[in-house]
Each structure stands twice: as C-alpha cells, then as structure tokens.
Design a protein around this ligand. Structure first.
Ligand SMILES: Nc1ncnc2c1ncn2[C@@H]1O[C@H](COP(=O)(O)OP(=O)(O)O)[C@@H](O)[C@H]1O
Ligand SMILES: N[C@@H](CCC(=O)OP(=O)(O)O)C(=O)O
Length: 372
C-alpha cells in the first residue's frame, strides 16, 4: 500500500508535541489555519495535543528540571484548561470549536468504552467541532497510562478510522541518527516498511526530558500501530509556515506507508490493545476449533489466569503454552474461572445468569499469525 495523496485524505489525526508549545500561540495559530483549510474541503480532523504539563508547570512555579509523578499530575491539572483555551482561541476565528476529550488507557482498551468514545468523537466532528484529545494525566496511574501521546494518537487514528496521522514535532522528520548528536544525519522522506534498521535509528526515549517524552522511538511505534489499520503516518516540523498543508509536497516530512495487509478496524483494535493482563488456557480441541474459525466455548477452557473485566482483551494459550490468539472476553476473569470446562447449558447454573454462549466470540478473535 502506498501513502495516500495528501489532498485525498478524508480523516486526519494531527498530534502536537509539547516541544512545540514552547513556540507560543503563533505555532498553534499556524496549525489551526491549516486545519481550517482542510476542514473547508471536507476533511475530518482530530487533534491530539500534548502540553498540559509544559503549560501548567510554569504557572505552579515548578521550575526544577525533573518533576515527580505527583508534580507532573498537578502541572497537568493546571495546564490542561490553558491548553484547551489556547486551541479554542486558535480555531475560533475560523468558526471552529475546540472540544476537550481526555482519555485514559481503559478508554481504548475496553471494547465498550472504545465504541462509546468513537461515537462521541464522530458526533463532535459532525457538529463541526475539533476534538482536542489528551491523556487524562491528573487521574491516570502507571497501570492505566498510555505514557506518551504518540501512542495515544495512533489509537485515536484507529478509533476514528483515519487515513493519515501527522505527528508534528520540533524536528522535520526521522533522521538516520539523532541529529542533535550526529550533525551529518540525513532525513528519510519515504519509509515504505518499518524494519529493525528503521527502529534502530530512533535511539532511546528521554524519560527525564523536561517536556517531551518519547523521542522518535514512540513515533515509529505509533506509525506501526496506525499502519496496521491502513493509516499512513507523517512526522513533520510543527513550526514550518504551513505545517500540514506543506505535506502536499512529498519532500516535506518523513512518510511511513500503511501496512500492505491492513486488518479490519476490529482486528487492529484487538491486535493493538495494550498487553493483555489475562490469559485463557485451552485444550487441544478448542485450539483446533479456534484455528478452524470457531468461537471459544467454556468447555474447552482448562484454566484462567490474571485479572480482566468483561470486554477486555485476553491472550489465548494452547496446551503447550503456545499463543493461539487474542480476543475480547465476554466474561470477567472471576466468572470465566467459574465456568471453565463447563458445558454451555451449565453457564446459568454456575453464574446465576447467562450472557453469551461463547467466552470469546469468533468475531472478537484475532488468531496468532494475524495478532503478532
Ligand atoms: N533519528 C532521529 N531523528 C530525528 N530526531 C531524533 C532521532 N533520534 C532522536 N531524536 C530526537 O527526538 C526529538 C523529538 O521527540 P520529542 O522531544 O519527544 O518530541 P515531541 O514533544 O514532539 O513528541 C527530536 O528533537 C530529536 O532530538
Ligand atoms: N499528556 C502530556 C504529554 C505527554 C507526551 O507524550 O508528550 P510529548 O512527547 O511531547 O508528545 C501533557 O499534556 O503534558
């Protein structure tokens, strides 16, 4: 699959990194002007904006280079309303309204919340609003954090079925080495496939950075995630005169092509879900049935490990511990344990209710060769 022609893009997610916020309102104004231009020709646009911590820390007098988790969460609380106000001020002259959407990991990792969030974002876009998404840093704890907005932006791109994800940063693309350390590094404009050579160019994330977090590593991961759903990714310089529209010219930014065999939105949601915390162990008969396109019934389950709620993704392991696939479980871990090994007719007696005959329905399953 080649990358889409810029003018053919129907749904765009644009992610704005914290480093760009240092440039003040002029940077947001330039991005908003381009968004308005795209919007006018019918393109649906969602913004994923970092910057809450960067904007809040100065207001709270947190000037030290490294902040504790609690200080970052407090800074985000002070910065998020300012971030939204800044976007609204930039969009309002174009007749567009910024609409805040704060997410925690469970929003995209739980199928019901996913569908709900998708409906809300789509409704906002239909109402001519521009959703401005950020992680809900103030309440998120380590277990329920995306950790970086590049990944969040890729999940949002999957959520709304975007055909292009643009990661705007303080650099004009992916270089063959970090240009801050290697002045002779060269920018790669066209990246048809993400392989180990490309991944190695990213170096390490800068966890101690004062503002940004992920560096190029998380951007490449985001491009991989979005690519699985058929969405192309571009990394581009957010301070360029027309940061988005200038991407019409293929010589601007680094372009990652979407994967050749893009999976359906549902499959890519399952395959892209955060590392599942639960596992369902099945017998050889059930493993064969799943591979033959059947649903997972409780009768084939030998044991259940880990913790998960109804609607969360689990790993399904065969008799030798081999990964058969991943799927959305219709029951919580506690209930799945109670019905493991039992026949479908017994579900109601064991649980006092019966929701679904299958623990994991075939439509909610991605087999190993597709899930990797
Ligand atoms: N191979 C590379 N090509 C380009 N930039 C790189 C590379 N490796 C590391 N970087 C660093 O990544 C930084 C951008 O990441 P980050 O600061 O997290 O941005 P953002 O806030 O936009 O997410 C660049 O300023 C650059 O120093
Ligand atoms: N959610 C955080 C941003 C985290 C983040 O990923 O930042 P960045 O690497 O600049 O995109 C905030 O609003 O400050």
């Amino acid at each position: 699959m080649t990358r889409p022609a810029f003018d053919a893009v129907g749904t765009l997610v644009v992610k704005v990194g914290s480093s760009l916020l240092q440039g003040g309102p002029a940077v947001l104004t330039a991005i908003a002007d381009d968004i308005a231009q795209l919007h006018a020709r019918g393109c649906r646009v969602v913004i994923v904006s970092s910057g809450a911590v960067a904007l809040g820390r100065s207001r709270l007098g947190l000037t030290q280079p490294v902040l504790s988790l609690e200080q970052k969460q407090a800074a985000a609380a002070a910065g998020q309303p300012r971030l939204l106000a800044a976007w609204d001020a930039a969009l309002e002259p174009h007749g567009l309204t910024a609409a805040q959407a704060l997410m925690t990991l469970d929003v995209t990792e739980n199928r019901r919340s996913w569908l709900n969030a998708r409906a809300t974002l789509n409704t906002l876009v239909e109402l001519n609003a521009v959703p401005v998404v950020n992680e809900n840093d103030t309440i998120a704890t380590d277990e329920i954090r995306y950790g970086d907005n590049d990944r969040l932006a890729a999940r949002v791109a999957q959520l709304i079925g975007a055909d292009l994800l643009v990661l705007l940063s303080d650099i004009d693309g992916l270089y063959d080495a970090d240009p801050r350390k290697h002045p002779g590094a060269v920018c790669l404009h066209d990246i048809p496939v993400i392989d180990d050579r490309i991944r190695a160019m990213a170096g390490e994330a800068n966890a101690r950075a004062a503002v940004g977090t992920g560096g190029m590593r998380t951007k490449i991961l985001a491009a991989e995630l979005a690519g699985r759903s058929g969405c192309a990714t571009a990394i581009a310089l957010g301070t360029a005169p027309h940061p988005l529209v200038s991407l019409r010219d293929a010589a601007h930014g680094s372009w990652f092509h979407p994967a050749r065999t893009a999976s359906s939105a549902r499959e890519s949601w399952i395959a892209g879900a955060e590392s599942p915390t639960g596992e369902i162990h099945v017998d050889a008969g059930a493993a064969a049935a799943l591979r033959a396109g059947k649903s997972l019934l409780p009768v084939g389950v030998t044991s259940v490990s880990g913790r998960f709620e109804r609607g969360e993704t689990v790993r399904i392991l065969g008799p030798e511990g081999l990964l058969v696939g991943r799927g959305v479980c219709a029951y919580s871990a506690a209930d799945a344990r109670l019905i493991a090994g039992c026949r479908t007719e017994e579900i109601e007696t064991r649980l006092g209710y019966r929701r679904a005959a299958a623990l994991v329905h075939v439509d909610d399953l991605v087999l190993e060769r597709e899930a990797s």
